[in-house]
Design a protein around this ligand. Structure first.
Ligand SMILES: C[C@H](O)[C@@H](O)[C@@H](O)[C@H](O)C(=O)O
Length: 655
């Protein structure tokens, strides 16, 4: 079986409207992800995602020129600002740039001085998030082909096989391959018993959803009562904005949950080191088990200092969701800066790197308590936690996984909770395949749900925003810039496609020289498109080349195809239905597009398979750039005629 392609989509949910997921640092997160589908030359597919919190997701998607995109993403913080005011308080200005409440989720590791995407790491930031989505999708594919959920796939691997998944580079001074093998071998006896135990008890978790920072006291009270009724006995509450308010919240929380239920607190990196120590000491009376992310996640010595200073209080330091890679984890373990190890499914390079971290945690005697406050994270980390218990730690007493109760309805196999425990998942794979209608509705920014929100002015439509940066044009072209005083920026005209098949910029005044796509004809007469930079070919017209009406029409799940006999037919990428006659939905959409109206329908599909279908013309230019990168990595020359999955004909045959 060969992997033939990869698609990636920018999927976002408007969680900031209700402040779900908010914390002292990330005050308005829109839970989002770069959603990856791997296509193979068989029916099998693999699904993966990397979690983000809104702005910057488009950066996570890019394997090409992320630096350019990253800088553009910062433009809104610069354009419109008064220069004198900037230089007067330069520190505050530079902090705004490095600390945008949403971008910071993905941006900090982009090396702004670097020209090369290879230098964006090493092993951190945007590229690491991107890598983890792909690596996890490969694991998902593996689980599916073996007909096993990932935890079971991992559990059934031998110690030798598991160790071969791990990159031990830079770990030798903390964990050698031999030590890892020893740990895994020592845990082989009893594996079956632990599997049985976890199947019957479930994996214990705490909930974070009761106390996001933006919730008021009534909401916290209600949430706690509901969660307790559902069987939760462990709760995490956000702190760090205001000491007196924190005390008030925690007093309220303790008055509801009592003295015996567990409480964790999370500051999401807002404090200085000494400030963290003093603040947490003030909160010690509420007996939190841990303080999570007290300071910069990169400050290993700072964590060690906080942990040391809090030792007498019995409050441990928890961290990991922003820990870039296994090397940083190693330092946290060795320095004593982490008493609870919060692995994250996406932050490090996927399952493989997380195995290394879990093995180190075992060696240093630190319980693994995976982070899951984000979309799809609960779905994934349940597998890691269960595997860790069965094969590595054998400990359920100190290890607890996070649960955040948002957006599970968008997954085909959502995480399930009973009496405060994850029910062991049984479906093959890594549980992150999303429902087709969710993908269509929430694809940013063209999904119908987003269009509705733009219309209601809940969010600004990015297509209506003039880009707040100056578009560079070749010097030979003089008249490409317009002054738009209302936005106080210089903007460029939209990009216009190249001359078909020429591969060269059109050079017409007003046209962009930036489009890299050219149009070609396959031997059977079908048109296809070639990316002159990435050397990838695709049947689907790239977004950049689409007319506004064509872009609009891709919002409809019905696509038009031609059968071998030359007859036109229609296929629904959500329901998989095919028809000879044009469906009413598509007819209306086409008519509305011609009239320049908004989509007449929102596309709801049955809660069934097909969620990851790239679907006819729904892939974007970025999807294709990703596919292209993969193609480029396998070294294929272009422009090759693209291959394509057969689409079912109405009579059941395949085209
Ligand atoms: C912005 C996010 O919701 C974070 O607040 C969340 O991941 C949090 O750190 C957590 O531990 O769940």
């Amino acid at each position: 079986m060969r992997i033939r392609g990869i698609s990636v989509r920018d999927i976002r949910f408007p969680t900031s409207l209700r402040l779900d997921g908010s914390d002292a640092q990330h005050v308005d997160p829109d839970y989002s992800c770069a959603y990856v589908v791997l296509f193979t030359d068989s029916e099998a597919k693999g699904f993966g995602l990397s979690f983000t919190i809104g702005r910057g997701t488009e950066i996570g998607k890019l394997f090409i020129a992320p630096l350019v995109q990253a800088i553009r993403s910062l433009a809104h913080l610069v354009v419109g600002q008064d220069f004198e005011a900037i230089v007067k308080d330069f520190g505050a200005f530079s902090r705004r740039l490095t600390n945008d409440s949403q971008l910071r989720w993905v941006l900090p590791s982009v090396a702004l001085e670097s020209e090369s995407s290879k230098e964006l790491g090493p092993e951190k930031g945007v590229l690491h998030l991107a890598a983890s989505a792909v690596v996890n999708a490969v694991w998902d594919l593996w689980g599916r082909t073996q007909n096993k959920p990932i935890w079971k796939l991992l559990t059934d691997l031998t110690p030798e096989e598991l160790v071969s998944c791990v990159d031990f580079t830079y770990l030798e001074d903390a964990l050698t391959k031999e030590e890892a093998l020893e740990i895994l071998r020592s845990m082989v006896p009893g594996k079956d018993k632990r599997e049985e135990e976890i199947r019957s008890s479930g994996y214990p978790c705490y909930t974070t959803s009761s106390g996001w920072i933006g919730y008021d006291e009534d909401k916290i009270r209600n949430n706690l009562l509901i969660s307790m009724q559902a069987g939760f006995s462990k709760f995490k509450i956000k702190v760090g904005q205001d000491l007196e308010k924190d005390k008030k919240r925690l007093r309220l929380v303790r008055s509801i949950i009592g003295d015996n239920r567990q409480l964790m607190i999370d500051a999401n990196q807002v404090w200085e080191v000494d400030q963290a120590i003093n603040w947490v000491k003030e909160l010690a009376e509420f007996k939190p088990v841990w303080i999570e992310e007290p300071t910069s996640p990169d400050d290993i010595l700072g964590h060690a200092k906080v942990a040391q200073a809090l030792k007498d209080t019995g409050i441990g330091v928890a961290t990991g969701e922003h820990c870039h890679n296994r090397v940083m984890f190693k330092q946290l373990f060795k320095s004593g800066g982490m008493q609870y190890c919060q692995i994250d499914a996406c932050r490090v390079g996927g399952i493989n790197e997380n195995i290394a971290v879990m093995l180190m945690a075992k060696k240093f005697g630190v319980p693994v308590c995976p982070h899951a406050g984000g979309i799809g994270l609960c779905e994934m980390i349940q597998h890691l936690a269960i595997f860790n218990f069965i094969c590595i730690s054998g400990d359920l007493k100190h290890s607890v996984a996070e649960y955040a109760d948002h957006l599970h309805e968008h997954f085909i196999q959502p995480a399930r909770i009973k009496h405060g425990c994850y029910i062991v998942p049984d479906a093959p794979g890594y549980s992150v395949e999303m429902i087709g209608s969710s993908l269509i509705n929430y694809e940013y920014p063209l999904g119908p749900k987003w269009r509705e929100m733009f219309d209601k002015k809940l969010y600004e439509d990015p297509s209506k925003q003039v880009p707040p940066y100056v578009e560079h044009r070749p010097e030979t072209r003089s008249s490409h810039f317009q002054r738009d005083d209302s936005h106080a920026v210089i903007s460029a005209k939209p990009q216009i496609r190249n001359v078909a098949g020429s591969g060269a910029p059109s050079g017409e005044p007003g046209e962009s020289s930036a489009s890299v796509w050219t149009e070609h004809e396959a031997p059977d007469g079908r048109k296809y498109y070639y990316n002159t930079v990435t050397k990838a070919s695709t049947w689907d017209k790239p977004d950049e080349m689409k007319t506004p009406a064509e872009s609009f029409i891709t919002q409809c799940p019905w696509r038009e195809f031609t059968s071998d006999s030359g007859k036109t037919y229609y296929h629904n990428v959500l329901t998989k239905e095919s028809r000879w006659s044009m469906p009413e939905e598509l007819r209306l959409t086409k008519e509305a597009a011609q009239r320049g109206e908004k989509a007449p329908v929102s596309f709801d599909a049955p809660n069934s398979g097909g969620g990851g279908e790239a679907g006819g013309g729904s892939t974007s230019a970025l999807d294709q750039a990703m596919a292209a990168t993969l193609a480029a990595m396998t070294g294929g020359p272009g422009p090759a005629v693209p291959s394509d999955a057969p689409r079912p004909l109405p009579d059941g045959k395949h085209s």
